[in-house]
Design a protein around this ligand. Structure first.
Ligand code: ADP
Ligand code: MG
Length: 650
């Protein structure tokens, strides 16, 4: 299958992962020291590198053995370390990021003959990082993508080499030089590069082994089968959600066996070999410049200055979880290359990558959103809000989701694919609805028709509120006008408007010949025995329409009606007045009929001198009231208290 790693269509997809971006990840650096190997040791060759612990090492100056350089890395693997140690310690932990839709890369760096290919590929007896990672990844994707799990997973592989600044497809060598591109989200892609789907390790071997033979190798004095190119194995893990919202994720793993970083003067290279070496060193030199630019935070990072760095753009200072394995050799003759490799590794560990989840949504969800835009904004505005990218959503090369997919999408996921301007408009409308009491019905989560109805309701409510406000203002103006014209009228008007409930009961009882007043505190008692009425007025002379019973004018009622207070009400009222006389402040006392400021103070003074009142009639002694005045005082106050209000000062 010759499928391009093309992200052209994906640019239009939402970058969901950007919203929940993982924290930056520093490039991790491990150093692996290979053992002395047969045929490479020269007479009197002694190791110049020594491991100190699992993270640090020292290298002795070949001119002055007393002088040593110490380095510290994320991990140091000594000459006795196994392939499994390196894999489990530094590579396996980053594989899980692929299933989260993030990128990962492993780069083997170092001079020719230091063990890069051994680390990455290994041998059938000692398999390296590549076969181990493939084995684990395929196992992981089989488990995670099994029936019944939320995501369906598929794995593809591509294999390329960068030889003399040319990108060659090792799975399809006749393709020629391929171009490296970057999509709008910063993903690096190579259109036209072969991708082979693999479901088992046997699949992988079937494609990988013949492709490896296509690698350009030659012989140099340093290494019989020196790798003269950068070999890049790309493994892509695609995930598709089985149920709504049918998200898609893509994680890329780069496994890179870099060509040697040797010094040309020692390779004995001439002619073509020298040219090759120059190209190799140029790209590694640019790699060094890229690392330096990233460390210094320079605005321009020279990724484009070489094919290698362009390809590694999303692995160094880009979006990947990266691990650099610097391979070094123990022999003294490697001293300069080893120091140079260690210095490069030390610089690389300062580089911070910013991984993000490469997640997208299937495109057909845009269709219903476009419809609601039209409905909400009207055709002309909707057209303006729609970006040119969205116009292309009907493009035939885009994946078609099942019809139910778009229906089941959550509103948030629908929004993620919207034009930002449009989204802003909708959000402000949503806030408007929320502020007007529709919090329980967020605009954006309702279907379009309901949304329209909701908006209409809000508009109507707005108008209604405005109408009521106007009416209230009119009434207030009317009251003020009447107050200015006739203060008495104001009293009538306000008494009609603001009359307490108990008094209104009397007013509406026009046909009754008996008016019933219930003291507020007796309402509950009466509710318990509804037949018990407290009669306070009874017809005395000719029939008279009782317009209103104003407790402040009890004598008026006496004109045609005899005031008769029931004994219970009388006893209750007397007790209340007595309590007030004994416990009330001067201010409280002023609520009694005929008691003003002066008399209230007199009562308080008398109380302090003679102790509490034992009966209301004691008031006669303070006030010098006559018996008739006392009777009138009692009636007025008992009636007032019965109506549930203070009587006001006399
Ligand atoms: P490079 O790819 O860096 O040029 P190689 O991986 O080809 O170097 O290694 C050079 C030689 O050293 C090979 O014969 C390889 O088998 C051997 N070698 C490298 N690393 C180790 C190691 N850790 N253990 C044993 N042999 C090693
Ligand atoms: Mg090699």
């Amino acid at each position: 299958m010759a499928a391009a790693i093309s992200g052209a269509g994906r640019c239009r997809l939402s970058k969901v992962g950007a919203a929940r971006r993982p924290p930056p990840a520093r490039v991790r650096v491990a150093v692996r020291l290979r053992p002395f190997v047969d045929g490479t040791a020269e007479e009197n060759d002694t190791p110049c590198v020594r491991g100190l612990d699992s993270c640090s090492l020292e290298i002795a100056n070949w001119r002055n053995h007393q002088e040593t350089l110490k380095y510290q890395f994320d991990a140091f693997y000594g000459e006795r370390s196994s392939q499994q140690d390196i894999y489990a310690g530094s590579v396996q932990p980053i594989l899980r990021h692929l299933l989260e839709g993030q990128n990962a890369s492993v780069l083997a760096y170092g001079p020719t003959g230091a063990g890069k290919t051994h680390t990455m590929l290994g041998s059938p007896e000692q398999p390296g990082v590549i076969p181990r990672a493939l084995m684990d990844l395929l196992q992981l994707t089989r488990e995670e993508g099994a029936e019944g799990r939320p995501w369906a997973l598929s794995v593809t592989m591509s294999y390329l080499e960068i030889y003399q600044e040319k990108v060659l497809d090792l799975l399809e060598p006749s393709s020629g030089d391929l171009v490296i591109r970057e999509d709008c989200r910063g993903n690096i892609l190579i259109p036209g590069l072969t991708q082979k789907p693999i479901t088992s390790f046997a699949d992988f071997e079937r494609h990988f082994l013949p492709a490896s033979r296509n690698r350009t190798v030659g012989a140099t004095r340093l290494n019989q089968r020196s790798s003269r190119s950068h070999a890049v194995l790309l493994v892509k893990v695609d995930q598709r959600e089985r149920l709504a919202p049918f998200r898609q994720r893509e994680g890329k793993l780069y496994l890179i066996d870099l060509a040697g970083s040797e010094d040309n003067r020692r390779t004995g290279n001439k002619g073509l070999r020298l040219k090759e070496s120059g190209a190799i060193n140029t790209s590694l030199f640019v790699l060094g410049k890229v690392v330096d630019a990233l460390n210094q935070g320079l605005p321009r990072v020279p990724y484009r200055d070489s094919k290698l760095t362009r390809l590694l753009q999303d692995s160094l200072g880009g979006s990947a979880h990266s691990i650099l394995i610097a391979n070094i050799a123990p022999e003294r003759r490697f001293y300069l290359d080893t120091v140079s490799a260690l210095n490069f590794a030390a610089r690389s560990k300062e580089v911070i990558n910013r991984p993000f989840t490469n997640e997208s949504l299937q495109l057909p969800v845009l269709a219903p959103v476009k419809l609601s835009q039209k409905e909400l904004l009207g055709p002309s505005e909707a057209k303006r809000a729609r970006g040119p990218e969205e116009e292309e959503t009907g493009s035939p090369e885009l994946p078609i989701a099942p019809a139910s997919a778009s229906q089941k999408l959550s509103p948030l996921q629908k929004l993620s694919s919207m034009d930002p301007a449009m989204l802003e408009r909708l959000l402000s409308l949503d806030r408007l609805l929320g502020s007007q009491g529709s919090q329980g019905t967020p605009l954006l989560s309702t279907p379009k028709r309901e949304r329209m109805v909701l908006m209409k309701t809000v508009e109507e409510k707005d108008l209604e509120i405005e109408r009521l406000k106007m009416k209230q203002k009119e009434l207030e103006a009317k009251v003020l006008a009447q107050e200015a014209a006739d203060p008495k009228e104001k009293e009538n008007y306000s008494s009609t408007m603001l009359r307490p409930l108990a008094r209104r009961t009397v007013t509406v009882a026009k046909p009754l010949k008996k008016a019933v007043v219930m003291p507020l505190q007796l309402i509950q008692e009466q509710a318990a025995s509804p037949n018990a009425e407290i009669h306070i007025l009874k017809k005395k002379g000719r029939k008279r329409k009782l317009e209103s019973l104003d407790a402040s004018q009890p004598e008026k009622a006496e004109d045609g009606w005899e005031l008769q207070i029931s004994p219970e009400l009388l006893a209750h009222g007397r007790q209340k007045i007595l309590d007030l006389l004994n416990e009330g402040s001067a201010r409280d006392l002023r609520s009694l009929q005929r008691i003003g400021q002066k008399k209230a103070q007199l009562i308080v003074g008398w109380r302090e001198l003679h102790g509490p009142f034992s009966q209301v009639e004691d008031l006669e002694r303070v006030e010098g009231m006559s018996g008739k005045q006392m009777e009138s005082f009692l009636k007025a106050n008992i009636l007032g208290l019965a109506a549930g209000r203070g009587c006001g000062p006399s």
